[in-house]
Ligand binder design. Structure first.
Ligand code: PHE
Length: 335
């Protein structure tokens, strides 16, 4: 009988390897059990025969279960990630071992790293906001024409997918007020996706990334701002750079500036190739007031600009649309 028990385990295990599991009943070891019967003492034959029949029933049940499982797995599972062009010979999916961060995520991490090493804290910006943070707190009066310059999307309820990371300024200022009043400074960057209702071309996207900086202390100056921005750009591009500014209008800074760098020779630039990188300026007193910070006691500067622009210059990328395209030929260049 112990022989039968051992054989039972072997046969049950073997069923799991068979493509036609009912063949188990034809296994020679199983058949051999029957040929033993005539050799047994007649008194034992009944019990032995019963035991074989039990085993047979058990094997049949296991074989049926296996058969059913095989049929289930031969049905094509629904794969919602399957490539669209089924007949293409190109490898459409990246081998997982070569998976990588999106180039923008990687570069954004580099940007955050540089600013945090300078002593800034960093926050991701919101992706849905309201009129107050988009305009009101930033000194855009109701009905002011400068509001139109931001090609802002709005939901039916009146919410706004932010058109710039400046929507974070009021929150950053309010959150930092106590620090300021206890003798500290506000030094913060906000980064994230922004959205504009624009016609898309090689230099315009409806969805892109910005990084915003806010610094407030009791004696912040424009010179400190230019020094901070120069330090950032030289660290990011790994070389000395020429910088210049020209007046720019943003209701939330006064004076407002556009900040440009000369395209370095190493990145294909010629002297006099100026690239505007961001908007910046001294924070407008009304913006400080909107966060309940006294503009007679504290001063600050702010800047904000697109992340794609930084990355395009660094890698010689000619078309902004590549970033959101999901094209693997583009993404693979950053493996
Ligand atoms: N938010 C502005 C833009 O997107 C840039 C800016 C930020 C300008 C901060 C001045 C200060 O155009």
């Amino acid at each position: 009988m112990t022989d039968i028990d051992t054989l039972r385990d072997t046969l049950l295990a073997r069923i799991q390897t068979l493509e036609t599991p009912h063949d188990i009943l034809k296994a020679s070891e199983f058949k051999a059990l029957y040929s033993v019967i005539p050799t047994l003492d007649p008194a034992e034959r009944g019990a032995y025969g019963k035991r074989i029949n039990q085993l047979k029933t058990e094997l049949e049940a296991a074989a049926s279960a296996r058969q059913e499982a095989l049929e289930d797995s031969s049905v094509m599972p629904l794969d919602i990630t399957a490539p669209w062009q089924l007949n293409s010979t190109a490898p459409l999916l990246l081998p997982t071992e070569q998976g990588t961060q999106h180039p923008l995520t990687r570069e954004l991490e580099e940007v955050i790293d540089i600013f945090t090493r300078m002593g800034f804290d960093a926050h991701e910006s919101r992706q849905i906001d309201d009129d107050w943070n988009m305009f009101g707190a930033l000194n855009f009066p109701e009905g002011h024409p400068a509001r139109d310059g931001y090609d802002t999307f709005r939901t039916e309820e009146g919410y706004i997918p932010p058109a710039h990371t400046s929507t974070m300024q009021n929150r950053v200022l309010k959150a930092g007020k106590a620090k300021l009043e206890s003798g500290g400074q506000i030094a913060s960057i906000s980064y994230g996706r922004v959205f504009r209702n624009e016609d898309v071309d090689a230099t315009h996207e409806h969805t892109f990334y910005q990084c915003e900086g806010v610094f407030v202390s009791d004696d912040a100056t424009l010179g400190q701002m230019l020094g901070t921005l120069r330090a950032f750009f030289e660290e990011y591009y790994g070389q000395k750079l020429k910088i210049k500014t020209q007046p720019g209008y943003f209701p939330f800074v006064e004076p407002g500036l556009e900040f440009a760098i000369e395209k370095p020779a190493a990145l294909g630039g010629k002297p006099g190739d100026w690239l505007e990188m961001l908007g910046c300026g001294m924070i407008h007193p009304n913006v400080l007031r909107a966060a309940d910070i006294d503009p007679d006691k504290y001063r600050g500067f702010a800047w904000g600009g697109g992340v794609e622009r930084l990355v395009m210059l660094k890698y010689g990328i000619e078309d902004l649309r590549h970033f959101e395209s999901g094209k693997l030929t583009f993404l693979r260049k950053f493996l």
